[in-house]
Design a binder for this molecule. Structure first.
Ligand SMILES: [Zn+2]
Length: 159
């Protein structure tokens, strides 16, 4: 069986001879010239790369992450739940940062999805709503508060 490579930019699998090698970033795998150009343009900002970086940052031992398996999981999650890399990242982020979920090194993305998918969506929506509300608020002039020392509390004298 020919070795299968995974494109660093879009996550596509391709045969080792079909990839594209540009002048820069030689150790990075690209499925096509298009993906290479995207990478050069926006280095580490594609949703797939952001997701990979994030996963890398939350596992206790990132060097032991089984990427082949995780990338397969990303693909099947996208299909099954009809979501994209940004949604997956949001669900994981929500679990780790807001629910204080402790990442289990031995588990894959199943520890986050589907469990945190719905709550993370609701969370994102509530933030959007709050932003909209804030935009519709009347502009309030800044209030300058001058400090006035409180009059000293009267002491009760003992009789
Ligand atoms: Zn690609």
């Amino acid at each position: 069986m020919a070795k299968i490579m995974v494109c660093e930019v879009c996550g596509a699998e391709y045969g080792v001879r079909q990839g594209f090698k540009g002048d820069r970033f030689k150790p990075v795998h690209f499925c096509s010239e298009e993906c290479y150009n995207k990478f050069v343009e926006a280095k580490d900002t594609t949703p797939f790369m952001l997701l990979k970086d994030y996963i890398n940052s939350i596992y206790p031992e990132p060097e032991l992450i089984p990427w082949d398996w995780i990338i397969k999981q990303i693909k099947s999650i996208k299909k099954v739940y009809d979501i994209d890399e940004a949604d997956i990242r949001l669900a994981i982020k929500y679990a780790v940062e807001f629910e204080d979920y402790q990442v289990d090194q031995n588990l894959g993305l199943g520890q986050f999805i589907p469990r945190y998918l719905q709550p993370s969506k609701e969370f994102a929506e509530s933030i959007q709503k709050a932003k909209k509300k804030a935009r519709n608020l009347p502009v309030v002039e800044p209030v300058h508060i001058t400090y006035q020392p409180k009059p000293k509390a009267r002491k009760f004298k003992e009789r």
